[in-house]
Design a protein around this ligand. Structure first.
Ligand code: ZN
Ligand code: ZN
Length: 228
């Protein structure tokens, strides 16, 4: 599997240095995007990548607002309908935009979204956030990746899964203590996980985050690619 970080900013990130949440996962046969915050549509267009499906972790704006621009692009380019897997609520938002825009998507809503796209199998578990949210496990049959989405650790459902996982991609929304907003801090993430890749990071704190994770985690940046 190839993982490319399209957007690594937190909801609180300002400016264009880190776009909002979005990760491209490419298998041998399938291409999926995990979360689709603002800017992700532009990254995909620059890369000339058209995903088969999108898996949304939750309905906070920084995790799905870029998808509507992407749906317009697909309509213009006459690309087949995008499959969108999401916790309940996405289709309601889409319906509002559809009244004024000629866009469409094949939406599959479930409390625990799951699907098989080419050789990639995706399933979810309930995360621990301010609103209902899920984390995703992605496997190509050989390797397994966990993407936390937004979650406050220690979150039992997430921690239960990590033993069988080859790579943990975890949010780290502040340096220390962001419980109040349902988030995990850099400090908590590096204490709980072995060599995680940290994302959903406020661009304003980048330097301090970089210093505090040295040798303990990889701080993802927009454009980073990893072969797993
Ligand atoms: Zn977020
Ligand atoms: Zn959130």
């Amino acid at each position: 599997m190839k993982i490319t970080f399209l957007g690594t900013g937190a909801g609180s990130t300002a400016g264009s240095r880190r776009f909002k949440a979005g990760i491209l996962v490419e298998g041998k046969e399938g291409k999926i995007v995990l979360d689709f915050g603002s800017g992700i549509n532009m990254r995909l267009e620059d890369m000339r990548v058209v995903p088969d499906a999108v898996f949304i972790t939750h309905l906070h704006i920084d995790h799905f607002s870029g998808i509507f621009d992407h749906l317009v692009r697909r309509q213009i380019d006459r690309v087949p309908e995008l499959k969108v897997f999401s916790p309940p609520g996405f289709s309601e938002v889409l319906r509002v935009y559809q009244k004024t825009n000629n866009i469409s998507a094949q939406v599959m809503e479930d409390h625990l979204p799951s699907g098989k796209i080419g050789d990639l199998e995706v399933y979810s578990l309930e995360a621990c956030h301010k609103i209902y949210a899920v984390s995703y496990i992605i496997t190509d049959g050989k390797r397994r990746v966990l993407y936390s989405g937004d979650t406050l650790e220690p979150c039992d459902t997430v921690l239960r899964e990590i033993s069988g996982v080859d790579l943990v991609i975890h949010e780290a929304s502040c340096l220390e203590n962001c419980k109040e907003w349902g988030h995990t801090s850099v400090k908590e993430a590096i204490n709980l996980f072995r060599n995680p890749v940290l994302t959903h990071v406020p661009a304003q704190l980048e330097g301090e985050v970089e210093n505090s994770v040295k040798g303990k985690a990889l701080l993802a940046k927009d454009g980073l690619s990893l072969d797993v």
